[in-house]
Design a protein around this ligand. Structure first.
Ligand code: ITT
Length: 200
């Protein structure tokens, strides 16, 4: 039987990526299955704090269940790491991907330095303990949007060594190289090596 892990995220794109990569090994369930009706709080100042906060919130509110949280952000070198932890709300509380991208392209217009990286911090809660896994990918911000796959800033992010944006890659292609996938591979290795789930 596959171990049951609840995903402490309300972002369906993240859920799709996680299930695509590790769905064969784990029985991933969601906060939608739990009937969660409010937004999971995110009030930290770092990705690590927010990731932990999300895992802790779901564990505390749902009987200490095993859960995995993801906090991610886009860090732009010329903006000294912004939008970073504020990536989802860069252009305002309404969390609009297109408004966020438009704002970033505007802010960066005329900038020669378009270097950026995506970072993911995963936090696993299991039996009262917390485990953290990080993944990142370097790349640059394009001058305009290309592609329609993925979510967030994918249409303007070109990973190092490629010419396509993340939004021009299939989900499986993105999952071979991206920040979230890298963090998930570390999570997988840890769980398999340390056998923290019985029978695994
Ligand atoms: P949850 O908190 O419910 O998990 P969220 O979308 O609010 O969902 P974050 O707080 O981690 O998630 O926000 C990260 C934002 O960074 C996200 O909304 C996107 O705008 C962007 N982002 C994160 N991962 C990304 C990816 O793989 N591709 C493109 N943009 C991404």
């Amino acid at each position: 039987m596959k171990p049951i892990i609840y995903l402490a995220t309300q972002n369906r794109h993240k859920i799709d990526e996680i299930k695509d990569l590790l769905g064969d090994l784990f029985d991933f369930r969601t906060v939608f299955d739990l009937g969660l009706a409010v937004e999971i709080p995110e009030t930290g100042k770092t990705l690590t704090e927010n990731s932990r906060q999300k895992a802790q919130y779901i564990a505390q509110n749902f009987g200490g269940i095993t859960c995995l949280a993801d906090d991610s952000g886009l860090e732009v070198e010329a903006l000294r790491g912004a939008p970073g932890v504020y990536s989802a709300r860069y252009a305002g509380e309404h969390k609009s991907d297109s408004a966020n991208m438009a704002k970033l392209l505007e802010v960066l217009s005329g900038s020669d330095n378009r270097q950026a990286r995506f970072v993911t911090i995963l936090t696993l809660h299991h039996q009262g303990k917390f485990y953290v896994f990080e993944g990142e990918i370097q790349g640059h911000i394009e001058a305009e949007q290309r592609g329609s796959n993925g979510f967030g800033y994918d249409p303007i992010f070109v990973p190092e060594g490629l010419t396509k944006t993340f939004a021009e890659l299939s989900l499986a292609e993105k999952n071979q190289i991206a920040h979230r996938a890298r963090a998930l591979q570390k999570f997988k290795k840890f769980v398999l090596d340390d056998q923290i789930f019985e029978g695994h």
